[in-house]
Design a protein around this ligand. Structure first.
Ligand code: SAH
Length: 353
């Protein structure tokens, strides 16, 4: 669908008065791009996405605040664009004669218009999401593609929609490989931050007896439910909106959380509380430079680190909850495989746990 994007460049002090003027000119809603918000987010790292924010954010930091109005690509949209231009001009004149207070700077108030097509970018990512083998047995296939698999393979069909979790990201693929090697028949699995539901579906297909995927984002829960259904595992797996810090009535043999380092640290006590004695925790979404931070939090909570996998700049940690004060005794630590996988204390140059 085509639409007109009308952008007005302003300043920090211009955001509020200009928003009011644009609404007066007939804008039904506005979007504010304020570099200061990014600074606020940097200060508040408890928000999930932070580690994933890409370098373009840094570029945005140097930009001036902008206000965007979206209008239909028709006569009414073009009329609105004209009214906005006029309002911006008037505001510039008013500001120049001090109508907004002495020295109040509304910025350049430059107005630009662009006709956009939401189909342009919306489906672009689909070109990069093709069927692929993510681990020894697990094959991921987008719902709009077909692929061939071997009898012993586990096929997961995914449409991630707006949720995270195609399996192509290192953090998800390491979780899938670890799940493949750790899930035992009949186990209960808690997937904390289920996103597209991909890890819940994998756990169910790997033989788990009961799987609960939770996510704070209602859109992710909707997407996860759809994917669970289309993979035929709704008898075992379910997705619910939930926040682990607020308590979820579920005790698991295995918790998998592909979150981010700070969030894992924050949630580790809650995860320990949701694990059966001797249970396991796969944590992922950890930048390698934050590995020690997460290890520290896990150890403080009585976890024993059994394995650390690395891919690119990411790592995933398999940890066991010790039974009482003796070492966790589930001797089955899956073999580490591949050159970028490290076992703690196996002479890989890192300080062992
Ligand atoms: N499990 C998927 C998605 C990981 S993205 C995969 O491995 O690819 C992480 C998800 O965690 C996001 O969907 C986010 O909404 C969710 N999340 C963030 N904080 C959370 C919290 N406190 N409780 C539950 N889910 C959370």
């Amino acid at each position: 669908m085509k639409y007109i994007e009308i952008t007005v460049e302003t300043s920090e002090s211009g955001i509020e008065p200009l928003t009011a003027l644009l609404m007066e000119a007939g804008a039904e809603s506005v979007e504010i791009a304020d570099p200061r918000d990014i600074l606020d987010r940097m200060a508040n790292k408890a928000s999930y996405e932070w580690d994933y924010v890409d370098p373009s954010v840094e570029a945005e930091l140097s930009e001036t605040p902008r206000i965007m109005v979206y209008a239909p690509d028709d006569a009414s949209g073009r009329a609105l664009a004209r009214r906005i231009r006029k309002a911006a001009e008037e505001a510039a004149n008013d500001a120049a004669r001090g109508a907004y207070g002495p020295g109040v700077d509304l910025g350049t108030l430059a107005v630009t218009e662009a006709v956009r097509d939401d189909g342009e970018w919306k489906d672009k990512w689909k070109e990069y999401f093709r069927p692929f083998r993510v681990s020894d047995r697990i094959v991921i296939c987008p719902t709009w593609e077909e692929t061939e698999v071997r009898d012993e393979d586990i096929l997961i069909r995914i449409d991630p929609g707006m949720a995270f979790g195609t399996g192509t990201h290192e953090t998800t693929s390491m979780c899938l490989a670890l799940l493949e090697q750790t899930v035992r028949p009949g186990q209960s699995v808690l997937d904390c931050g289920t996103g597209s539901g991909i890890l819940s579906i994998a756990a169910a297909k790997l033989g788990a007896g009961e799987v609960l995927g939770i996510d704070i984002d209602p859109e992710a829960v909707r997407v996860a439910k759809e994917n669970i259904e289309r993979n035929g595992v709704s008898g075992t797996a379910r997705a619910e909106q939930g926040d682990l810090t607020k308590g979820v009535p579920f005790t698991a043999d295995l918790v998998v959380g592909n979150l981010m380092a700070e969030l894992i640290v924050m949630l580790t006590p809650d995860i320990a509380a949701h694990l059966a004695p001797g249970g396991r925790f796969i944590s992922s979404g950890i930048l390698t430079e934050k590995e020690d931070l997460v290890r520290g939090a896990l150890e403080k909570e009585g976890f024993e680190i059994r394995r650390v996998d690395r891919k690119g700049e990411w790592c995933a940690i398999l940890a066991d909850r010790a039974v009482g004060d003796k070492r966790a005794e589930d001797g089955e630590v899956p073999e580490a495989a591949g050159s970028d996988i490290r076992v703690p204390g196996a002479g890989n140059g890192r300080q062992g746990a």
